[in-house]
Ligand binder design. Structure first.
Ligand SMILES: Cc1cc2nc3c(=O)[nH]c(=O)nc-3n(C[C@H](O)[C@H](O)[C@H](O)COP(=O)(O)OP(=O)(O)OC[C@H]3O[C@@H](n4cnc5c(N)ncnc54)[C@H](O)[C@@H]3O)c2cc1C
Length: 307
């Protein structure tokens, strides 16, 4: 693998030809690319500047058998302490947001909150509840991110993507997104999401503002935003509040190394300083096992362990 990565780097160098069509960093710490602030090094961290550069990178990596992983803002990710022996491909250069009537078209690397703010400025309602989720549009579509009674599926109409198996441009419309709770078709196929169209409604800027402020305040009050985390550690269990169960089994404040069950919100595992992925995974196992013992149910993690 290592020599193939060297070959890939040299292909990228020739392709760049002195420009930065694909920005590359070697042995880049992944702590700087995720909200958990945990993880070893990526052998290569790459930021393609456009679709042509992205396809070049994907094609060359695939032909050299070099592993790739697509990264949005890293707010739902637990990178492994051993890092990633391949190429992390960041969507950050794909960040345009265009408003056309009541449609907002955003590239995958645009931040969800930036889209919500732009929608507000243009008097468009429908993204208020998503304001404050610290992810990109690509990550939000992939996860069907949601909060306070709304989710991406309510507004998403069309998503264009690169099929990673054929390296061709494709799209899904409406129901073809197969949205479910924290699920979309993109969890089942191999794809790089390029951009998404969302349909909003005309609304009053002051009412949209009030709602956004309210949701922001609720997050500040309820969530441990002062510590690095990846948001809710676990998915909701049908008919129950996972955070409440964790509290009831007495695990609020429980820690392993630098990983701790937040005292402010038991649904969050936080990094109190020097947590490792091992710490987080051990704590997750303790929580799952206690919940299993007390409630005889199996809770599922929402955060994605990348190794
Ligand atoms: C403090 C905090 C609060 C949070 N609150 C919420 C909340 O209220 N509701 C909620 O749903 N989530 C919440 N989250 C979790 C997280 O922000 C969301 O899941 C978000 O949608 C992830 O987006 P991202 O860009 O960070 O994706 P990443 O974490 O980078 O990636 C998540 C997944 O999406 C894939 N992906 C990302 N971009 C692309 C792309 N362009 N093409 C293909 N695949 C892609 C990645 O490969 C990965 O599998 C919270 C997280 C934090 C830290």
């Amino acid at each position: 693998m290592s020599s193939n990565i060297e070959l890939l780097l040299s292909c990228i160098d020739s392709y760049n030809n002195g420009e930065f069509k694909i920005k590359v960093k070697e042995n880049e710490t992944l702590k700087h690319h995720c909200s958990f602030r945990i993880g070893g090094n990526a052998r290569v961290f790459a930021v393609p500047c456009d679709v042509e550069a992205l396809i070049f990178l994907l094609r060359e990596a695939s032909s050299l058998n070099v592993r790739t992983y697509i990264l949005g803002n890293g707010s739902n990710i637990l990178f492994d302490d051993n890092g990633f022996d391949g190429v992390i491909i960041s969507s950050s250069a794909f960040n345009k947001i265009i408003i056309d009537g009541t449609t907002i078209k955003a590239e995958s690397g645009a931040m969800l909150s930036a889209c919500a703010l732009k929608a507000k400025e243009n008097g468009l309602s429908g993204m208020e509840c998503l304001f404050g989720i610290p992810g990109t549009i690509g990550g939000a579509v992939y996860m069907n991110a949601g909060a306070y009674g709304g989710e991406m599926s309510d507004i998403t109409v069309k998503t264009r993507y690169i099929d990673l198996d054929t390296l061709t441009l494709s799209e899904v419309i409406g129901n073809e997104h197969c949205f479910g709770y924290r699920h979309s078709i993109f969890k089942d196929i191999n794809a790089f999401i390029l951009d998404t169209e969302m349909e909003l409604k005309v609304g009053s800027v002051s009412e949209i503002s009030l709602l956004m402020d309210d949701f922001k305040q609720r997050r500040i009050l309820k969530q441990p935003l002062e510590f690095p985390s990846a948001g809710s550690t676990f998915k909701r269990y049908p008919g129950r509040y996972t955070a409440q169960m964790i509290d009831e089994v007495g695990l609020k404040g429980r820690s392993v190394g630098g990983a701790k069950v937040s005292e402010k919100h038991a649904g969050f595992v936080i990094n109190t300083g020097n947590a490792t992925s091992e710490d987080v995974l051990s704590l997750i196992e303790i929580i799952k096992s206690e919940i299993r013992k007390v409630y005889q149910i199996e809770i599922e993690t929402e955060i994605i362990h990348v190794k």
